[in-house]
Write a protein that binds this ligand. Structure first.
Ligand SMILES: Nc1nc2c(ncn2[C@@H]2O[C@H](COP(=O)(O)OP(=O)(O)OP(=O)(O)O)[C@@H](O)[C@H]2O)c(=O)[nH]1
Length: 397
């Protein structure tokens, strides 16, 4: 492909990216990151307009405005990445832009050769792309995701292209100078193709990152309790069923702990619903701390929590339960409230297996009822309970 066609393709790709980024904003108006990316698209569009209006001539004003708009677009894209990760906007962006505008205008009005303008633009663009790359690299979120890999790869290509261009320009190589008539061979690749592919993949990577984040949020909302951030009932039941099936196959014991805060209604009545909520959040923290990473901890409803403990047998459950009750008793909850809880355990073993999760939770519920009946702040373990008629079953909320 000749240099003019390549240059035209790069402009078209920049325009398409600008339209896509602006379009993404209309679909996500409340998002700060897409607002920045859309602004970046608009600025790039303005830059293209000025360059086209200049039409290969040397209109100082149009050239300065056009190139400044491109740089402003890149800075805004960097700010968008910072917003995406919840970081504050770096004020350094303004300094980069101001320094570029002043330096570019000086170079241009001093009648310096196009080589110096190219060097200045390549150095600035390369620097901003490097800042974008570092902003993404530093974040651990989605560390092995396709979107992150794609974006980092695209930015590495853009930085490499700008560095190659800068090197070429520094050595006065004509083919690295943006002037389609003179550029050919390697110059076309470095000056047009690499930025074209880099920009295309960069913008696709950003949208992919955003898409991955949306999917993550959707999954988190569907599986976690909003108040305590523990698993919600649905996710816990699904996880519990899986663990029960696994225990059936491996022959490993499995314990389920069903915990209910004692007299929670009184806590609500005396301290107010908001403080009651804080007690629930704090209780979630205590439970999380008491459990292993492989255990499932969830809020089953209201002031009831459930823990699925793989590999825990009767003795293990008793030791865990006692430790947990003591931890709750000694914990300083908000408003200095003294909080206790009751726990009912059901243990699945090879000798006494449960066929279904419902059966197992039914037994844990009976055990919990017994613990409440026995005076609260204690634990009971099924199936070592005395016979309990169905009329004694506590209703599971
Ligand atoms: N603050 C707050 N309260 C809740 C929430 N969900 C349920 N509750 C309250 O939890 C209380 C549960 O009361 P009960 O079922 O009588 O149980 P209890 O007072 O803990 O008594 P025992 O379980 O018998 O020890 C009710 O007052 C509910 O309004 C919640 O999300 N936040």
């Amino acid at each position: 492909m000749d240099a003019k066609t390549a240059a035209f393709s790069l402009v078209l790709v920049q325009l398409c990216v600008a339209v896509t980024m602006t379009g993404a904003f209309y679909a996500t108006r409340d998002e700060r990151c897409t607002k920045y990316w859309a602004t970046s698209g608009v600025l790039t569009g303005i830059g293209i307009l000025f360059v086209l209006l200049n039409g290969g001539a040397s209109n100082y004003l149009l050239l300065t405005l056009g190139n400044s708009a491109f740089v402003a677009g890149m800075v805004t894209q960097w700010w968008g990445i910072q917003a995406f990760y919840g970081s504050p906007r770096s004020r350094f962006g303004w300094s980069i832009l101001a320094a570029f505008v002043i330096a570019y205008a000086l170079v241009l009005f001093n009648g310096a050769s196009i080589i110096y303008r190219n060097a200045l633009f390549s150095a600035t663009a390369g620097w901003i792309y490097l800042l974008c790359l570092m902003a993404i690299w530093r974040q651990r979120y989605g560390s092995v995701s396709f979107g992150r890999t794609l974006t980092l790869g695209a930015l590495a290509l853009l930085v490499a292209a700008m560095a190659a261009r800068l090197t070429g320009v520094a050595f006065g190589l004509q083919e690295f100078v943006v002037s389609p008539a003179k550029t050919s061979g390697l110059g076309v690749i470095v000056v047009y193709f690499a930025p074209l592919i880099g920009l295309l993949l960069f913008s696709s990577g950003l949208l992919m990152l955003y898409f991955e984040k949306l999917v993550h949020i959707k999954h988190h909302l569907a599986t976690h309790d909003e108040l305590t951030e523990l698993l919600n009932r649905r996710a816990l039941v699904a996880g519990g069923e899986r663990e029960l099936e696994l225990a059936g196959r491996t022959g490993q014991p499995l314990a389920v702990a069903y915990l209910d805060i004692d007299h929670f209604k009184k806590i609500n009545d005396s301290l107010g619903h908001e403080n009651g909520d804080s007690v629930l959040v704090e209780m979630a923290r205590v439970l999380k701390e008491a459990c292993r990473g492989t255990d499932l901890v969830g809020r089953y409803g209201g002031e009831e929590f459930c823990m699925v403990l793989p590999g825990i047998d009767h003795e293990g459950a008793e030791a865990f339960g006692k430790r947990l009750l003591e931890a709750i008793r000694n914990h300083r909850f908000p408003s200095q409230t003294r909080v206790t809880a009751s726990i009912g355990f059901a243990i699945h073993t090879g000798a006494q297996p449960f066929q279904t999760w419902t059966q197992m939770m039914g037994q844990a519920d009976k055990a919990l009822y017994e613990a409440k009946d026995g005076g609260r702040d204690q634990l009971r373990i099924a199936p070592d309970l005395g016979s309990m008629g169905s009329n004694r079953l506590k209703r599971v909320k």
